[in-house]
Design a protein around this ligand. Structure first.
Ligand code: NAP
Length: 288
């Protein structure tokens, strides 16, 4: 247990629900290891109470906070400044407060790209397929484009919630980065096959395959997999989704969502404290 004193700085998670979150364990252990005088707490706050909660915490001198569902989009309106990635994505998962000025960041994409890079995958000029178009898919698309991807094809349910928003984001990515980003209907299986054939990275950024529905997968035709294709699933419960199991069996390199989760937290930690999170120790304790 960290000892809390009169000078301890507060960091937090705001959202609902938050009681299951691994973030307090990860951050408080990292503060303890590095001997930093910070604490991380969870506050169950829905979107209706977010403005008041943020105002109160800011007045109390909070150093920064994370946001989870359903607060990530509303925070865009409350932040005084936005990082380029948060501005493009339209969602904030980390806020840093400096002299009362709140800067909104989005560390999901940074976390995902760090995890991918560590496997040896080079994003430079790569063609990528992303399944899904929500917050995580948007963050990954933006960061992959900023990191030099050549072509990103996003496949979504055309009747889904994010069709319009993702189409706008794809246009912005194509206009403002050197990456071409396009949006396609997931029902167009022939073009999905072609896109996967032309890509080196396939990412599932939907909840399909997550517990308890662990036998679901958006890719049921396993002939779409091939050796040399890198398949990433950002789900971390279970550690091995059906998608990853079948992709690995077909000779693909695979990665689950654990390191993305760790590294998005590590990036928030760095933004608040200026220190690198001791990720190897945190991984060994909470992420294996
Ligand atoms: P979100 O904003 O709700 O977006 C979910 C996306 O998945 C939407 O495009 C949705 O489409 C699509 N989708 C859902 N069910 C589908 C289905 N049956 N078939 C096709 N598409 C479907 O959620 P999110 O925040 O992006 O999170 C997505 C997943 O990533 C979750 O499982 C979450 O736990 C995980 N995640 C992991 C990390 C990590 O650090 N590893 C970070 C963030 C999120 P519709 O609009 O059509 O519903």
């Amino acid at each position: 247990m960290n000892s809390i004193t009169g000078t301890t700085r507060l960091t937090a998670l705001l959202g609902s629900p938050v009681s299951h979150s691994i973030s307090p364990l990860m951050h408080n252990e990292a503060f303890r290891i590095l001997g930093l005088d910070y604490v991380y707490l969870c506050f169950d706050v829905n979107e209706d109470r977010l403005d008041a909660a943020v105002y109160g915490l800011k007045q109390c001198g909070i150093r920064g906070f994370n946001l989870t569902m359903p607060c990530k989009n509303r925070m865009v309106k409350l932040a005084d400044r936005l990082s380029p990635a948060a501005g493009l994505i339209g969602a904030v998962n980390t806020v840093v407060v400096d002299d009362g000025i709140m800067t909104g960041h989005n560390t999901d994409g940074v976390g995902f790209m760090r995890a991918v890079r560590e496997t040896g995958f080079s994003c430079s000029g790569a063609s990528i397929v992303i399944l899904g178009a929500g917050g995580a898919a948007s963050a990954i698309a933006v960061q992959a484009a900023l990191d030099g991807a050549g072509c990103i094809r996003v496949f979504l349910r055309s009747s889904g919630r994010f069709t319009q928003r993702m189409s706008g984001l794809a246009e912005r990515i194509s206009r403002e980065t050197s990456c071409t980003c396009t949006v396609h209907d997931l029902a167009d299986q022939a073009f999905l096959r072609q896109a996967i054939n032309e890509s080196t990275l396939l990412i599932n950024a939907t909840p399909v395959g997550m517990a308890p529905d662990t036998e679901d997968s958006l890719i049921t035709d396993t002939s779409l997999f091939r050796p040399g294709l890198f398949v990433a699933d950002i789900i971390y419960n279970p550690r091995e989704t059906r998608l990853l199991r079948e992709a690995a069996a077909a000779g693909c390199t695979v990665m689950n969502g654990m390191n993305m989760l760790l590294y998005q937290g590590a990036e928030a930690f760095r933004l608040w404290t200026g220190h690198d999170m001791p990720v190897d120790e945190i991984r060994a304790k909470y992420f294996l």
